[in-house]
Design a protein around this ligand. Structure first.
Ligand code: F6R
Length: 610
């Protein structure tokens, strides 16, 4: 939620900051702004809407200024407007701040500051930071920023600049992301690496409570009391091109097509010479794996759907009892967690506030916490006892695609690994499934290169004017139906429900009328015949059936109004292929409706608020 970038160096920073914002736009895009220290004051610019609007007025900032901060917003407190866009300044105009996160006690702080004569010009929680710094300032921006921090509750990262300290940016983080980029004679502070990846690959990840002073010469990191803390610099090998569309019309379409590579990368070096899954970094030795009595998977949104696939696989292969929980619910229940519990937190960003809170709860109760995430250095990796990285690469499209597929793969690999360690599958069975997994990237590549997108588009455009979709699945195909429905809702804005097909007759079937489009995930499986009975129930109500089925299934082709065939796989691996036509279907429905696919309304890529 919200993207921050700050620059200190010798170069004019206006365009550097704007380019950084472009790379962070996925974090929020309802308004944006830039503040640059210049000739004893600030140059300030705000705009409402996405960054195209800021770009259009960027020349108004003029030339000059080598220190600045910038922000792209996802509104929490106060609607998108010029007044509510960051950076915010204090009453004297001497301090400017940008903030990502939420100041929970901002109302009481605001009332206190107002009573002291401070005037507010926005409705945001963030503006209190500028006024708190103004009140505390006695010649050191660092000390004033710390004084503000000590009064604030919530979770946030903020950066501040001061007219009287023109070569300095101060940043503080609390439970939301911050990364520093180091270069020769210039340095960066940002919410995420892509913001400065074109300029440097040397990064430092500060920890919670770290106070960072960034100058052109370097970065100083201390704790709140001023004691220096050592944080190691790392060099990231991210590909800058990952942040470009590479000829595709959108990031989402590009990322759908990158899935074979993401899967191959996630599998790479995780299969031993004898053909079995080999995982390290989990923080669990074989005995600990055998002693796990309870698995709780916590996640949100798309990651939750990957967790559901994990449940089916862990139960069937490893015979482990598994609960999958939406993190925002789990954290406010009184879940029963024993010391023999393994909590698996799935989060592509590793920064989702609810998932992090659920992890903490599980950890405090004595569970071993394993994070499945795509982002090296993310908060989840610091708070977990072990980490299983997906290797999807950078995902810019707000609707998750390749990160989902790699999460599903990670959960299948983990399930096979546990099944092997616990002796519930024979080595031969483990080898067979592992071999199946190894074939998936090539299978999917062939499928996509064979014109899958064009075929799905042909079907999708017929349904772009639909008012409602129902998605159905059973067993391993249920999480696929749920995820397909989420994609449709997110980017096409068409109301879509997803149900376990066998549950349909207990209510949702009442929604169906002549011509209602129903998407059914009907790949080969042990419950295929049962699912087909549900398809017949749908057809009997006059609904139109759009079926994702295993290629060559002639009887399904005859039964369905539209067929989206996918390569045949073992039913346990089928989610890895069956979701792809549904991603494409949602994509093309949205495209033909004229929606902005990469930046759906009201959403942001990283949800660092509760
Ligand atoms: C949907 C989507 C979201 C995320 C959810 C969790 O396309 O991307 O539903 O899956 O916000 O995010 P992470 O995985 O970063 O915890």
């Amino acid at each position: 939620m919200c993207g921050i970038i700050g620059y200190v160096g010798d170069r004019e920073c206006r365009d550097i900051l704007f380019r950084g914002l472009r790379k962070l736009e996925y974090r929020g895009y309802d308004s944006a702004g830039i503040s640059i220290v210049h000739e004893g004051g600030f140059k300030l610019l705000h705009s409402v809407g996405n960054l195209d609007n800021l770009e259009a007025v960027l020349p108004e900032l003029g030339d000059g200024g080598t220190v600045g901060i910038a922000h792209t917003r996802w509104a929490t407190h106060g609607r998108p407007s010029n007044e509510n866009a960051h950076p915010h300044t204090d009453c004297t105009g001497k301090f400017a701040i940008v903030l990502n996160g939420i100041v929970e006690n901002y109302l009481s702080l605001r009332a206190e500051l107002r009573a002291e004569g401070h005037t507010f010009s926005s409705e945001t929680d963030a503006e209190v930071v500028a006024h708190l710094i103004e009140r505390a300032y006695k010649g050191s921006l660092r000390d004033a920023a710390v004084a503000a921090y000590r009064l604030m509750e919530g979770h946030f990262t903020y950066c501040a600049i001061a007219v009287d300290e023109p070569g300095v940016i101060v940043g503080i983080r609390k439970e939301t992301p911050m990364v520093l980029g180091l270069s020769e004679g210039e340095n960066f502070i940002a919410s995420a690496i892509p913001a400065f990846l074109a300029e440097t690959r040397t990064v430092i990840f500060p920890e919670d409570g770290d106070v960072v002073v960034v100058t052109r010469k370097g970065v100083e990191i201390t704790d709140l009391d001023g004691t220096p803390v050592a944080r190691e610099a790392q060099v990231v090998d991210w590909d800058e091109e990952a942040a470009e569309k590479a000829g595709y019309e959108t990031f989402m379409l590009k990322e759908i097509h990158e899935q074979p590579t993401s899967l191959a990368d996630t599998l790479s070096e995780r299969v031993s010479s004898d053909g079995r899954v080999a995982l390290d970094g989990l923080g669990l030795d074989p005995e600990a794996i055998r002693n796990v009595r309870q698995v709780i998977i916590v996640a949100c949104g798309t990651s939750y759907h990957a967790g559901l696939v994990g449940k089916y696989a862990l139960e069937r292969w490893a015979r482990m009892p598994v609960e999958v929980e939406v993190a925002s619910e789990f954290r406010y229940r009184d879940p029963v967690i024993g010391p023999d519990c393994l909590c698996i937190a799935i989060s592509q960003s590793g920064e989702t506030a609810d998932t992090l809170a659920a992890m903490r709860l599980a950890r405090q109760a004595g569970a071993h916490v394993l994070a499945v995430t795509n982002i090296v250095g993310s908060q989840a990796t610091r708070e977990a006892d072990g980490v299983l990285f997906t290797r999807a690469g950078l995902e810019i499209g707000v609707a998750a695609t390749k990160t989902f597929l790699t999460q599903v793969l990670a959960m299948l690999m983990l399930s096979l690994y546990f099944a092997d360690q616990r002796g519930h599958l024979t080595p031969a069975q483990v080898r067979e499934y592992t071999e199946g997994l190894r074939h998936i990237p090539a299978t999917l590549r062939d499928y996509l290169e064979d014109g899958a997108a064009a075929k799905v588009e042909g079907v999708a455009k017929k349904y772009a004017a639909s008012r409602f979709f129902l998605c159905l699945g059973r067993n391993m195909s249920l999480p696929v139906a749920l995820e397909g429905a989420l994609k449709l809702k997110e980017i096409s804005y068409i109301p879509t429900d997803a149900y376990a097909a066998g549950e349909m007759k207990h209510g949702p079937i009442a929604l169906l009328e002549e011509g209602s489009p129903v998407l059914v995930v009907a790949t080969d499986s042990r419950v295929y015949d049962k699912l087909i009975s549900n398809v017949q129930e749908v057809r009997a109500r006059g609904a139109r059936v759009i079926a994702v089925g295993s290629e060559g299934n002639e009887s399904l082709s005859q039964m369905a109004d539209e067929i989206l065939p996918v390569p045949r796989t073992d039913e346990m691996l089928a989610p890895l292929v069956a979701i792809v036509p549904l991603q494409l279907f949602a994509y093309y429905v949205a495209k033909h409706k004229g929606e902005k696919v990469d930046q759906p309304r009201n959403l942001a890529k990283t949800v660092t608020v509760e």
